[in-house]
Design a protein around this ligand. Structure first.
Ligand code: SDX
Length: 430
């Protein structure tokens, strides 16, 4: 039995031994759980830049190497050799499925894609110009009002049913949010289509004519889903974990994740990135925007650039860039001005010491918007597609946490800088 490694923290005449745990990959961690009891101090890490909030076996990121593994399999291999529902199985159950397991899983998802018919009323309660992310946050949260038989998180069967329902219904919810925003009738899912084709058809089919999904676009859509499926303890996943730690039902917790993902610093960056590329408009305006991104007095940042963890390159951005070239060539828009601006902007930024020194590289959101726009999606649908894709990651992380016997409610502390004790003063004496 290897001796337990420890770190000694010495201050105010105290020596506190902190156990050190070694992972299968990545940095060691210091266990500070007894620090407050033994040393009467908290640690301080507002952005959680140096904090491991849990242990996990699902996804590993090596930011320096630009490596992303799902249950040990690298994202570039999964994106090129697997497909989204198989990656969902891998994330949920830990191993690649056999043919029989995959067929059963895909059948269970396919047969849960319909929404309770009454849920249509939720969509109609929104203004037509409501952002689809507002609709998704509301409708997913409302699922707990319709699917009572899968809200008891202590029941393994209910956890499984809620997981399948969420993975299966997110494309329908996202597609219907889109249809509602453009005043077109909802299109029901079909059981004879694969996951990505079903989503494209629910978004773009109209009752007045047949809609045939282009297999190249369906493959590109499926790859986008795969590239966004999970990403360790990012902001929205941490939100889902913290919400789940109170025992809240899975639909409410996933709705919390959707709300967090919406932010432009996180999943909202794909929409913000395309809007930025459009604002730049032409290659000759790139220097102006690079200068603004470097100006400390200007809050402008290059959307789709930078990452809390990747300090080399985001492996998903590399795959996404290849996909962008394929899709735009297929659609005959390879000379898309936005794509030209994106490629020139990437080259200019990577050649600029400011970005190289701060290790700011294109992330997953830099090219995804270009593909989605070329496929016919409005920018308002970019983050809903990210949310649809990330649902399986949120669920896998949620399941991992609530099935851990040691899990407890998350309750961070603070560095208090407010007023100390003082007495109330009546209004006539103030
Ligand atoms: C996603 O966490 C995940 O895994 C998220 C995600 C996932 O799959 O779940 O990967 C998805 O959210 C990708 C990131 C999408 N966001 C954007 O593209 C928005 C633009 N990027 C930035 O807002 C920023 O890079 C973050 C939020 C992504 C990361 O910010 P950090 O790690 O907190 O870094 P920071 O804000 O402390 O910046 C470090 C320095 C700063 O300069 P200094 O104060 O040190 O002088 O780099 C600068 C920043 O000003 N900087 C940028 C910049 N990003 C950081 N400068 C210009 N443009 C940028 N994009």
């Amino acid at each position: 039995m290897a001796e337990q490694k420890t770190a000694t923290l010495s201050f105010d005449g105290k020596n506190i031994e902190l156990p050190i745990y070694s992972p299968t990959a990545g940095p060691d961690v210091l266990d500070i759980r007894k620090l407050y009891a033994q040393g009467d101090v908290f640690t301080y890490d507002p952005g959680f830049t140096s904090t491991a909030a849990c242990d996990s076996t699902i996804t590993f990121i090596d930011g320096a190497k630009g490596e992303l593994l799902h249950r040990g399999y690298p994202i570039d291999q999964l994106a090129s050799q697997s497909h989204y529902l198989e990656v969902c199985y891998l994330l949920l159950y830990g191993e690649l499925p056999t043919a029989a397991q995959l067929e059963d899983f895909e059948s269970r998802v396919t047969n849960h894609t319909m929404l309770h018919e009454q849920m249509m009323n939720f969509f109609r309660g929104f203004r037509r110009d409501a952002h689809p992310m507002a609709i998704m946050t509301g409708v997913v949260g409302a699922m707990s009002a319709f699917y009572h038989d899968s809200t008891d998180i202590s029941d393994p069967w209910q956890r499984e049913v809620a997981s399948i329902r969420l993975i299966a219904k997110m494309p329908t919810i996202a597609a219907w949010a889109y249809k509602y925003s453009i005043g077109q009738p909802f299109v029901y899912p079909r059981n004879d289509l694969d996951y990505a084709s079903n989503f494209l058809r629910m978004c773009f089919a109209v009752p007045t004519e047949d809609y045939v999904v282009d297999p190249v676009l369906s493959r590109a859509m499926d790859r986008i889903f795969t590239l966004h499926a999970d990403h360790e303890q990012n902001a929205s996943t941490s939100t889902v974990r913290l919400a789940s730690s109170s025992g809240a039902n899975p639909f409410a917790c996933i709705a919390a994740g959707i709300a967090c993902l919406w932010g432009p610093a996180h999943g909202g960056a794909n929409q913000a990135c395309l809007e930025m590329l459009r604002e730049i408009g032409s290659v000759d305006r790139i220097p102006e925007f690079i200068a603004r991104a470097k100006d400390k007095d200007d809050p402008f940042r290059l959307m789709g650039f930078g990452h809390r963890v990747y300090k080399n390159f985001d492996p998903r951005a590399k795959v996404m860039k290849q996909s962008a070239d394929e899709v735009l060539e297929l659609l005959g828009v390879e000379n898309n001005p936005v794509l030209q601006v994106a490629k020139e902007l990437e080259a200019a930024a990577l050649a600029d010491p400011y970005f190289a020194d701060k290790k700011l590289f294109p992330n997953v959101d830099f090219y995804s918007g270009i593909i989605l726009e070329a496929m016919g999606f409005p920018t308002s649908m970019f983050t809903p597609i990210f949310a649809l894709s990330r649902t399986v990651g949120w669920i896998a992380q949620w399941k991992e946490m609530i099935t851990d016997p040691a899990f407890k409610i998350g309750r961070p502390r603070q560095l208090y800088k407010g007023e100390t004790l003082r007495d109330y003063v009546d209004v006539e004496n103030r």
